[in-house]
Design a protein around this ligand. Sequence first.
Ligand SMILES: Cc1cc2nc3c(=O)[nH]c(=O)nc-3n(C[C@H](O)[C@H](O)[C@H](O)COP(=O)(O)OP(=O)(O)OC[C@H]3O[C@@H](n4cnc5c(N)ncnc54)[C@H](O)[C@@H]3O)c2cc1C
Ligand SMILES: NC(=O)c1ccc[n+]([C@@H]2O[C@H](COP(=O)([O-])OP(=O)(O)OC[C@H]3O[C@@H](n4cnc5c(N)ncnc54)[C@H](O)[C@@H]3O)[C@@H](O)[C@H]2O)c1
Length: 447
Amino acid sequence: MSYNFDLFIIGAGPGGIAAAKQAANYGKRVAIAEQEAIGGTCVNRGCVPKKLIVYAADIALQDKIAPSYGWSECQRHFNWSKFIAKVYQHVESIQKSYLETLQKNGVELIRQRATFIDPHTVEIGNRKITADKILIAVGGHPNKPDIPGIEHAITSREMFQLQQLPQKLAIVGGGYIGIEFASMMNAFGVEVTLMDTNELILDGFDNDIRSSVQKGLIQRGIQFLSKTTVKEIKQSTQGLQLTLSGDTEETITADTILVATGRVPNTKHLGLENAGVELGEKGAIQVDDYNRTTQDNIFAVGDCISRVPLTPVARTEGEAVAKTAFGDNPQQINYDYVTSAVFARPEAATVGMTEEEAREKYNAVQCYQTEFEPLLYSIVEQKEPTTMKLVVDSPTDRVLGAHMVGERAADIIQSLAVAIRKGITKEDFDATIGIHPTTGEEFLTLD
Ligand SMILES: Cc1cc2nc3c(=O)[nH]c(=O)nc-3n(C[C@H](O)[C@H](O)[C@H](O)COP(=O)(O)OP(=O)(O)OC[C@H]3O[C@@H](n4cnc5c(N)ncnc54)[C@H](O)[C@@H]3O)c2cc1C
Ligand SMILES: NC(=O)c1ccc[n+]([C@@H]2O[C@H](COP(=O)([O-])OP(=O)(O)OC[C@H]3O[C@@H](n4cnc5c(N)ncnc54)[C@H](O)[C@@H]3O)[C@@H](O)[C@H]2O)c1
């Protein structure tokens, strides 16, 4: 049977675009459907605009320590709307370059929503398109708790479209998104209250890292309510009123409420039932080790499979699917050493096993840890300690995980990840001569 395309991709985020490029490199006929902006969550309402806001917020933090470095105090004014317009200029330039890449590779982009008619056919606008293989890379969207008044709360998506900065921001959820926005908004002078149902923020990270970031944020002036959630939101004359439950049972007010309580896969109304594609837990698409769904010719990658919802992972999975479908060697992904970072101040980054995970899996685990004041803060009043931790399997001396909170944690952990993935030992760390004076060199002298 002849199909219109060798590969049809639903969703032009990092996962879909990576697969499109790789399949086109094999000389395959590829089309990609996108219902919104090319680049997906990461480019348009995630990593990219977020990191630019982090940079803007860092300027405010640098201003705070500048007088200790001999700079005169100055009053600067931050213009959010001017700044966010610049951010979106950059986002558009990325969209344009993605578009050029797709065109250069001969990939047809169809700017509409696609749904399944059968395992080889999708409906898109008034077209029916057939393909030998189909990749689902539809991403996810924010989960909003089902409570009265939730329509008054916004999600990360709307945070990027604010007309002006809030004065009082309440954040529900202390995961990646809640923590990053809490940190950025606090730096801009916004009064931030953050709540989480857990005792500690950043579920899934090493416990020492979680408490170190939490301490750092509280020190910066963020009000943290642990084991607390919101059960009702009402509009009042003082603003939005949040009725809390859990450890803190009171009413607080805010002018903006951000809910950041996780994300859910975009798998509804996709016609998956017409294609024999089954869902697993929490609406995520079920896939095997090769990202193949329950239908042989259909694959799924990225946030819609809820494995590790990060951009580099979606990209790697997209490439791997194209290699599996059209190359000589089927590709499986090793998720053991996926690095990740929370771009808060203080910044947190991690690779490999947490102490808790290592102790469950290995009999003799030794942790090497330090907390110190980095040179940058040595001559300023405000203190911001750095935490570093190595998790080691004692009998083999192999480093199982590295974790850090502090300046440039993401870049430092990123570099260590290469060595740790290759099986480096604690002795290898000790034998390495560092660069002085840097923060990273402290990883080489832990005892
Ligand atoms: C606020 C925020 C900050 C983040 N920061 C980071 C970070 O710093 N680092 C990091 O690694 N990750 C970060 N992430 C996560 C990252 O954005 C995602 O993991 C990544 O975008 C997932 O890629 P994807 O291709 O699976 O899906 P997406 O990027 O979500 O792309 C899916 C695309 O599919 C389209 N689509 C959906 N259904 C259809 C349909 N039926 N037809 C046509 N098109 C469809 C959507 O419009 C979307 O464009 C962040 C996420 C958020 C929300
Ligand atoms: N820097 C990055 O790489 C980055 C940045 C942003 C987002 N992301 C990705 O996006 C995903 C989603 O982020 P997220 O922060 O929305 O989710 P998350 O899963 O990281 O965190 C959700 C938090 O909300 C809390 N929570 C859940 N329900 C609650 C409730 N009713 N009341 C109070 N607290 C509640 C949880 O305990 C948890 O701490 C992340 O898992 C991550 O993969 C990555």
